[in-house]
Design a protein around this ligand. Structure first.
Ligand code: NAI
Length: 411
C-alpha cells in the first residue's frame, strides 16, 4: 500500500508548528524557502489537531502533543515529525516508521546548560552554601570556614562521560579540579581527565561525585545504599541525570547522618507532572541539599539551539532526503545532488524489494549515479541519484511495488 508520493514545490509544502516553538525555527524554515508555516502557541485539542495534521507535510511539536497511531492515521500527507525537545515518548515511533515518517529531536542541544548548572553547584556544595543560605533566611549568622573548601585541586568524579559529563570535565579543569571519570564504554579522556578503574574506584577517590548516565536497567538504583557508603566521608553528590539512578531514601539517610556532606539534586524518581502538583521528596527540609525542579537543561539558549537543530533536520530531510539524527528510521547521510535527480523510496523490508526497484530502473535504461540504502528490520530506505528525464514516471512505477510505503523525488 502506498501512502501517496510527495514531490511538491516548496511553496506547496505545509509546516505545522505547535506549542509555541521558539521563533528561531520559523526563521530557519523561511530562510530555507518554505513560507507555508502555520504556527500555534498551544497544543491544540485532539479534534482540532486531527484537522490540522491532515494538511501538514511537516509537523513540529514539543512534549504535550500526542501523536499516537490513531492521530498518525489522519496524517496522510505527513513526511516527517520534529520533536522540539529531548524526549520522543509522545510519538508512536514504530507506527510513524511503518508509515514512512522519520521522527527527529534534539538530544544534545542543552548539554552546555546542564554542565554549567552542575559546575555552579560544585562550588556551592564545596562551600556549604545550601545550609548557610537556609540559616541566613532564618536569621542565623553561621560565619565560619569549617567544612568550606576551594574547588581547586579537589577531585571531581564524573559517572557517565558522554556529552554532558565530558563537557563538565573540561569546565571543571578550568577551575583547577582533578577529573576522574567512569563510563561503561572506553572513552578517550579530554584535557587531563583520567579514567577510574571502575565505579568503586571513582567513589573512593572523589570529593564530589556527579552523575551523567542515561536511565537504563543498569543505572537504575546505581547509587544505592552500598554505593553511597563507598563515597568518601564528607563528600558530595550531584544528580542532574535521571531520577531513578539514585536511591533517594538511602541518600536522605546518608545526608542526615553526615556521611555525605551535601547534595544537589535536579531529577527525582517521581516528579510532579504540573505546577499544580505538590513536589514530594524525602529530601525536602534537609538544609544541606540544593533542590531544583528538573531545570538542568532549561535555558533560553538551549531552547534556541533546539529550535534551530530540529528545524535544520526537517529542512534537510525535505531538501535532500537525509535522515541522520532520526530516532525511529534508517539513517542515511546524503551529499547534495547537484545536477542529478534524486528518488527516495521508503518500503517495507521484504525479500526482493531492492531487486524490484533496481529492475524498474534498469528496464527504463536509466543510469544510477549513486545509490544509498539503509534498513531496519521492518522498513528500508533507498535513495538513488539518477540521470533520467521522466522521473515522475519512474516514481509512479516504484510506487506500484506492493512493499512501497512512499516514494518521492527531488530535482
Ligand atoms: P550521553 O548519552 O551523551 O552520555 C551518557 C554516558 O553514560 C555515555 O557515555 C554512556 O556510555 C554512559 N553510560 C551508560 N550507562 C552507564 C553505566 N551503567 N555506567 C557508566 N556509564 C554509563 O548523554 P548526555 O547527553 O550526556 O546526558 C546524560 C544524562 O543527563 C541523561 O540521563 C539525560 O537524560 C540527562 N539530562 C538531564 C537534563 C536535565 O534537565 N537535568 C537535561 C539533559 C540531559
Amino acid at each position: 500500500m502506498s501512502n501517496g508520493n510527495f514531490s511538491l514545490s516548496k511553496e506547496k509544502i505545509n509546516f505545522l508548528l505547535l506549542e509555541g516553538i521558539h521563533d528561531r525555527s520559523q526563521e530557519y524554515i523561511r530562510r530555507a524557502g518554505y513560507n507555508s508555516i502555520d504556527s500555534h502557541k498551544a497544543a491544540p485539542e485532539r479534534a482540532d489537531l486531527e484537522q490540522l495534521i491532515a494538511e501538514a507535510h511537516f509537523i513540529g511539536i514539543r512534549s504535550r502533543t500526542r501523536l499516537d497511531a490513531d492521530m498518525l492515521a489522519r496524517a496522510e500527507r505527513l513526511n516527517a515529525i520534529g520533536c522540539f525537545c529531548i524526549g520522543t515518548d509522545q510519538v508512536d515511533l514504530a507506527e510513524a516508521r511503518r508509515r514512512g515518517i522519520p521522527v527527529f529531536n534534539a538530544p544534545y542541544a542543552n548539554t552546555r546548560s546542564v554542565a554549567e548548572l552542575v559546575l555552579g553547584e560544585v562550588i556551592m556544595l564545596m562551600r556549604g552554601v545550601p545550609a548557610k543560605n537556609m540559616a541566613c533566611h532564618r536569621g542565623l549568622w553561621h560565619k565560619s570556614a569549617i567544612g568550606s573548601h576551594e574547588v581547586r585541586g579537589k577531585v571531581l568524579g564524573i559517572v557517565g562521560y558522554g556529552h554532558i559529563g565530558s563537557q563538565l570535565g573540561i569546565l571543571a579543569e578550568g577551575l583547577g579540579m582533578k577529573v576522574v571519570y567512569h563510563d561503561i564504554l572506553d572513552k578517550l579522556p579530554l584535557g587531563n581527565a583520567e579514567a577510574a578503574a571502575g565505579l568503586d574506584d571513582l567513589l573512593s577517590r572523589a570529593d564530589l561525585v556527579s552523575l551523567h548516565v542515561p536511565d537504563t536497567e543498569q543505572t537504575r538504583g546505581m547509587m544505592d545504599r552500598i554505593a553511597l557508603a563507598r563515597m568518601r566521608p564528607g563528600s558530595h553528590l550531584i544528580n542532574a541525570s535521571r531520577g531513578k539512578v539514585v536511591d533517594i531514601d538511602a541518600l536522605a539517610d546518608a545526608l542526615r547522618n553526615g556521611h555525605i556532606a551535601g547534595a544537589a539534586i535536579d531529577v527525582f524518581p517521581v516528579e510532579p507532572s504540573s505546577a499544580e502538583e505538590e513536589f514530594l521528596s524525602p529530601l525536602r527540609g534537609l538544609d544541606n541539599v540544593l533542590l531544583t525542579p528538573h531545570i538542568g537543561g532549561s535555558t533560553r539558549e538551549a531552547q534556541e539551539n533546539i529550535a534551530v537543530e530540529v528545524a535544520a533536520k526537517l529542512v534537510r530531510y525535505s531538501d535532500n532526503g537525509s535522515t541522520m539524527g532520526a530516532v525511529n528510521f534508517p539513517e542515511v547521510s546524503l551529499p547534495d545532488h547537484a545536477g542529478a535527480r534524486r528518488i527516495m523510496n521508503i518500503h517495507r523490508n521484504e525479500p526482493g524489494v531492492l531487486q524490484a526497484i533496481n529492475g524498474i530502473i534498469s528496464q527504463a535504461g536509466v543510469n544510477i549515479a549513486a545509490q544509498y540504502l539503509q534498513t531496519m528490520p521492518d522498513v528500508g530506505y533507498v535513495v538513488m541519484d539518477v540521470e533520467a528525464e521522466d522521473t515522475p514516471g519512474l516514481v509512479a512505477e516504484l510506487d506500484r511495488i506492493s512493499a512501497t510505503i512512499r516514494t518521492r523525488y527531488l530535482y
